[in-house]
Design a protein around this ligand. Structure first.
Ligand code: DGI
Ligand code: FE
Ligand code: FE
Length: 195
C-alpha cells in the first residue's frame, strides 16, 4: 500500500477535528519522529508518518463512545483492559481506522493497536511508533534526552527504558499492568541479556 502525501494531509485534517490543539500537535510530532526513525532504521517512511498521525485518533473520544466502537468491531475486552481506561484509545483507535477509515495495512493497524502496551514480537513499524510516542519533539519529562539518545542507537534499548519507566510508574500507583506490557518487557530484557 502506498500512502500519498495528499492522503497524509487529509488524515491530518481529519484528526485535527477530533482533538484539541495540544493532542493534535503531539500527533504531528509523533508522525515526524516516526518518519525520522523509519529513515534511520530502514522502514517505510510514509507508513510510519501515517501511523504516527493516526495513533491517538480516539484519545479524546468520550469513553462510552470508545467502548461502543470497540464492541461494534467485535472485540471483547479482557478484565485487565476493562479496568484500564488509558488503554482503550489504542484499541478503539485500531477499530476506528480499520472500520471507519478502511485502513487495511495490517502493520499500520497493529502499530496503532499496540502503541500503548507494546507486545511480544513487535514489527519494526510497531517498535517505531511505540518509541516515537516517547521521543517526539513535544515530550517533556525528566529523562527524555536519555531515551532520545538511546532511540538513535537501538529501538530496543529505548523501548526497554520507556517500558521500565511505565511499569514502575503503574506499580507505584497500583494500576493494572497489561500482560502485553509485561511480555514486551520480558522479551526486551532477555534479548538484552543475551547480547
Ligand atoms: O496516548 P499517549 O498519552 O500519547 O501515550 P500512551 O498511549 O503511551 O498512553 C500512556 C498511558 O497509558 C499512561 O497513562 C500509562 C498507560 N499505560 C501504559 N501501559 C499500561 C498503561 N496503563 C495500564 N493500566 N496498563 C498498562 O500496561
Ligand atoms: Fe496513545
Ligand atoms: Fe501518543
Amino acid at each position: 500500500m502506498g500512502v500519498t502525501l495528499v492522503e497524509l494531509n487529509d488524515y491530518k485534517k481529519l484528526i485535527k477535528q477530533r482533538m484539541g490543539e495540544k493532542r493534535f500537535n503531539h500527533s504531528l510530532c509523533v508522525s515526524e519522529e516516526a518518519k525520522r526513525l523509519a529513515s534511520l532504521y530502514g522502514a517505510d517512511e510514509e507508513k510510519a508518518a501515517l501511523a504516527g498521525i493516526l495513533h491517538d485518533i480516539t484519545k479524546e473520544t468520550p469513553k462510552e463512545t470508545q467502548l461502543q466502537i470497540i464492541s461494534d468491531s467485535g472485540i471483547i475486552l479482557e478484565n485487565t483492559e476493562i479496568n484500564s481506561p488509558s488503554l482503550w484509545h489504542a484499541i478503539s483507535g485500531y477499530a476506528f481506522i480499520k472500520n471507519e477509515l478502511l485502513i487495511d495495512d495490517e502493520d499500520i493497524l497493529n502499530a496503532v493497536r499496540f502503541h500503548t502496551t507494546g507486545r511480544e514480537n513487535m514489527s519494526l513499524l510497531e517498535k517505531i511508533i511505540f518509541t516515537a510516542d516517547f521521543t517526539s519533539r513535544d515530550r517533556k519529562y525528566d529523562d527524555v534526552e536519555v531515551i532520545r539518545k538511546k532511540a538513535n542507537k537501538s529501538l530496543e534499548q529505548a523501548m526497554l527504558y520507556g517500558i521500565s519507566y511505565t511499569i514502575a510508574d503503574l506499580s507505584k500507583k497500583q494500576s493494572v499492568i497489561h500482560l502485553d506490557t509485561v511480555r514486551a518487557y520480558n522479551e526486551l530484557v532477555i534479548s538484552q541479556n543475551n547480547k
